[in-house]
Design a protein around this ligand. Structure first.
Ligand SMILES: Cc1cc2nc3c(=O)[nH]c(=O)nc-3n(C[C@H](O)[C@H](O)[C@H](O)COP(=O)(O)OP(=O)(O)OC[C@H]3O[C@@H](n4cnc5c(N)ncnc54)[C@H](O)[C@@H]3O)c2cc1C
Length: 403
């Protein structure tokens, strides 16, 4: 089998690359190969089966990685262009509270089917169950269906999160064999586990607005994240824990003493909260911390963190300990849930090994890389797909245009 362009990986980035390669070079022989039997598993499970396609406001700061390089790629495919692209291939998007964009059908399948149709319309063939074992420069690809020759290759094999979808990390070996390095990878957007018995696990199903902070062993705040936290039977999940997880994991890799703390009253600091409690005690002698904070913190959490005695009867130390537990509660996270439960992979091929104006490899001529295989990971909210669409489009267009 011989093609002008072979895209390895038919995920969000690979399909977008194939569409734009085909549109840029009509008549070119383009194939998208994927090891999976069913194409697009990750798109189908995304956003709880509804696929959070993008976000209405996307900034480079919503991503971890090389800021300037990420900005350069994102600028080429801003959100309004993304919305127009999806509209053109038959997917109308709607905005939900908080800014996430979903298909109006609320079905991820609408997104996948439209991408597959657009890929075929652009003249590219889709070859499922074709796992690439090795790529020889030049290019010759050894696949589970035999050898494929290609003039150019776009590597869009994703990361290692949820490996049963097909993104099992083999792409990193392919990139290495073609001269790239791979920075250490680790799970991101991943739930966090509390192994020891802890009241948080007993409140499984309770959700609270929090500000989480990763602190170094010396107490310095390394990262903060506000949002909802869901307590579960194993520990914590939901937007704030998922967003902060990569920072906790990263900090722990270099500092075994790094820890996670939660404030259940993100708008308060120690002094303001102490003032509030003392004021309540003055006005109502029987006021407890729980009664003073009712409505601001879920009742079940107040039951766990505040003493039953009236504020006025608490010793200064007891009052201070109560305040601390409400605004700087140590959460004894023991580990993350691993790649099987991670929405994205942190680390990957460094962007300085890529010409980010075109997504061409600086190491192997004729090779392009896009999507999650690169050292970029975004926040929760549609950012990771936006990276896949933007980088995939650039790779496809430029791969097809350059002779
Ligand atoms: C549960 C879950 C929910 C998510 N929800 C959202 C969301 O709502 N919004 C959002 O923005 N992001 C979401 N993400 C993240 C998002 O899905 C990914 O960042 C994005 O799909 C990455 O696209 P990609 O094309 O780079 O890689 P992938 O989508 O992982 O695609 C890579 C493809 O390459 C194939 N492949 C790998 N190795 C080989 C090989 N050797 N030979 C042939 N084929 C190979 C794989 O089979 C796979 O199909 C979610 C992720 C998960 C796991």
């Amino acid at each position: 089998m011989q093609f002008d362009i072979v895209v390895v990986g038919a995920g969000a980035a690979g399909l977008t690359a194939a569409i734009f390669a085909g549109r840029s070079a009509p008549g070119a022989r383009i194939a998208v190969v994927d090891g999976a039997e069913k194409i697009g598993a990750k798109i189908l499970i995304a956003g709880g089966g509804r696929c959070n396609v993008t976000h209405d406001v996307v900034f480079p700061d919503d991503f971890n990685g090389s800021r300037n390089a990420i900005a350069k790629v994102l600028r080429t495919f801003p959100v309004d262009k993304t919305i127009a692209f999806f509209e053109e291939i038959g997917v109308t998007l709607k905005r939900e509270e908080g800014g996430k964009l979903f298909p109006i059908t609320d079905r991820a399948k609408t997104v996948l089917d439209a991408l597959l149709d657009a890929t075929r319309d652009a003249g590219a063939s889709i070859l499922p169950e074709t796992r690439v074992a090795t790529i020889h420069a030049g290019f010759a690809l050894d696949t589970s269906r035999g050898r494929i020759e290609a003039g150019k290759v776009i590597l869009a094999t994703g990361g290692r999160s949820v490996p049963k979808t097909g993104s099992d990390g083999h792409g990193y070996l392919l990139a290495r064999a073609l001269g790239h390095t791979v920075s250490e990878i680790f799970p991101a957007l991943v739930p966090l586990v509390i192994e020891e018995p802890h009241w948080i696990r007993e409140l499984s199903g309770t959700s609270a607005e929090v500000e989480l902070a990763v602190r170094s062993g010396t107490g310095r705040v390394l990262a903060r994240q506000r949002g909802a936290m869901l307590m579960t039977h194993f520990g914590i999940s939901g937007p704030a824990p998922l967003d902060i997880s990569r920072h906790w994991i990263d900090a722990r890799r270099s500092d075994g003493e790094a820890r996670l703390t939660a404030s259940f009253l993100p708008a308060e600091d120690f002094e303001s909260l102490e003032k509030k409690l003392l004021k309540a005690a003055k006005r109502y002698p029987h006021a407890t911390a729980a009664s003073a904070l009712r409505g601001a913190v879920p009742e079940r959490i107040l039951d766990r963190l505040t003493p039953p005695a009236p504020i006025a009867r608490l010793s200064r130390d007891e009052r201070r300990a109560t305040i601390r537990s409400l605004i700087e509660l140590g959460i004894p996270v023991s580990r993350d849930r691993g790649f099987d439960y991670a929405e994205v992979t942190a680390g990957g091929v460094p962007l300085d090994e890529i010409e980010v104006g075109t997504m061409a490899s600086r190491r192997t001529p004729g090779l392009y890389l896009c999507g999650e295989i690169l050292d970029v990971d975004g926040r929760i909210g549609g950012y990771n797909f936006q990276w896949a669409w933007a980088s995939g489009r650039l790779a496809g267009m430029h791969c097809a245009n350059r002779s």
